[in-house]
Ligand binder design. Structure first.
Ligand code: NAD
Length: 377
């Protein structure tokens, strides 16, 4: 089978779904690989680098789409891109089926099969395919780099001949994959790091990374369906708001990552809290795309409000495109290995395999999302 990688067309998207090194490994599974010319430019993978890896470089996107049995992409395709897809072909990409019903219908009409990287079950066996975690890890790191860039002081404390510099204080709200990466990056730069989360089980993870876990003074179980967060009671929210208000006055940087699957992001940082922060403080709102954790966030933009820089970038993984392309490409390779156990250049979409079943959102033109709930053994 032929695997094609088109250039991403979403404005500002710099990632690419494979790299020359990973393409060589895909070829070892028996596939032919082609890329659209310039597909890797934004991630510093040149056409020549792909050619050296034995990958054919094709000028025209339409040819890549129509000529490939399997298309690998990063962003969900546009409706115009779906028009280019071969009837009965296969697409592997981020899809976000719940948010994109029109796209799902159009993809189903191609009679093809679609595997969504956002729908890979987050179970131990599927960790190597978990692109959500790969991208969240990069986003958390980059959030801290963006904060450091916009913050007017060092993150680390220093004693210099020109005076003593205190370390910056960084507060991370939501210690999931992105939050833990942010804790690691901020600690690495020498900041004092604190973090909070509604899920009590993350406390030990936060502490093991050398950060302080800030508790909410209210007893409530914060873990919901599938181990994810849930909407908390009014009483908890009030106690949490008091705690965040105290932190906002004290810290220099807040990185917020708080998300509840399928719900708008909880609003945790009010206008009043922003006003209470020290001049020159920075907020990075990693929940910007889902409505933001801060009342003043503008998705996709950096704004200064009441002397505080509020970063609402929604493309943090793309801002580290070479790294994110490399990890994403490896997640796709691991999926292809699952789909092609015989290493004969053909895929078998085994709907009895829990991981493949979860990721497959359309099978031969039939919408198969959402998957049935996991069996309780
Ligand atoms: P996420 O991006 O959905 O949420 C980010 C964090 O925000 C979470 O830690 C959440 O608890 C927290 N949060 C939500 N509302 C909050 C609030 N009001 N105040 C403070 N914090 C709040 O989460 P994620 O990083 O994608 O992953 C979290 C879950 O997924 C965990 O259960 C984790 O163990 C699981 N997971 C499993 C695997 C695997 O087994 N393969 C991989 C990754 C993640």
């Amino acid at each position: 089978m032929r695997i094609g990688i088109p250039k991403e067309i979403f404005p500002g998207e710099c990632r690419v779904a494979t790299t020359p090194e990973v393409a060589e490994k895909i070829k070892k599974l028996g596939f032919e690989v082609v890329v659209e010319s310039g597909a890797g430019d934004g991630a510093s993978f040149s056409d020549d680098a792909f050619r050296e890896a034995g990958v054919a470089v094709i000028e025209n996107a339409a040819e890549v789409w129509a000529g490939s049995d399997i298309v690998l992409k990063v962003r969900a395709p546009s409706l115009a891109e779906v028009d280019l897809m071969r009837q009965g072909g296969c697409l592997v990409s981020f899809i976000w089926p719940a948010q994109n019903p029109e796209l799902m219908d159009k993809l189903a009409a191609t009679g093809g099969t679609v595997l969504a990287m956002d729908s890979v079950p987050r179970i131990s066996r599927a960790q190597k395919l978990d692109a959500l975690s790969s991208m969240a890890n990069i986003a958390g790191y980059r959030a801290v780099i963006e904060a450091a860039y916009h913050f007017g002081r060092f993150f680390c404390g220093q004693v210099t001949a020109a005076g003593k510099v205190p370390p910056a204080k960084v507060f991370v709200i939501g210690a999931g994959v992105a939050g833990l990466a942010a804790i690691g990056a901020a600690g690495g730069l020498g900041a004092i790091v604190r973090a909070t989360d509604t899920r009590p089980e993350v406390k030990d993870q936060v502490k093991s990374m050398g950060a302080e876990f800030v508790e909410v003074e209210y007893q409530e179980e914060g873990t919901g369906v599938g181990g994810y967060a849930k909407i908390m009671s009014e009483g908890y929210q009030k106690a949490q708001a008091d705690m965040i208000a105290r932190q906002a006055m004290d810290v220099d940087v807040i990185v917020t990552t708080a998300l509840i699957p399928g719900k708008p992001a909880p609003k945790l940082i009010t206008v009043g809290m922003v006003k209470s922060m020290k001049p020159g403080s920075v907020i990075v709102d990693m929940a910007a795309e889902q409505g933001g954790n801060c009342e003043l966030t503008v998705p996709g933009e950096v704004v200064v409000r009441h002397g505080v820089t509020i970063i609402g970038y929604t493309d943090l993984p793309s801002r580290l495109a070479r790294q994110s392309s490399t990890l994403y490409a490896t997640n796709l390779l691991r999926l292809l290995e699952e789909l092609c156990p015989q290493k004969d250049g053909n895929i078998v979409v085994d709907m009895d395999d829990e991981v493949i079943r979860g990721a497959t959102v359309i099978k031969d033109g039939i919408i198969t999302w959402p998957p049935p709930p996991p069996k309780i053994s």
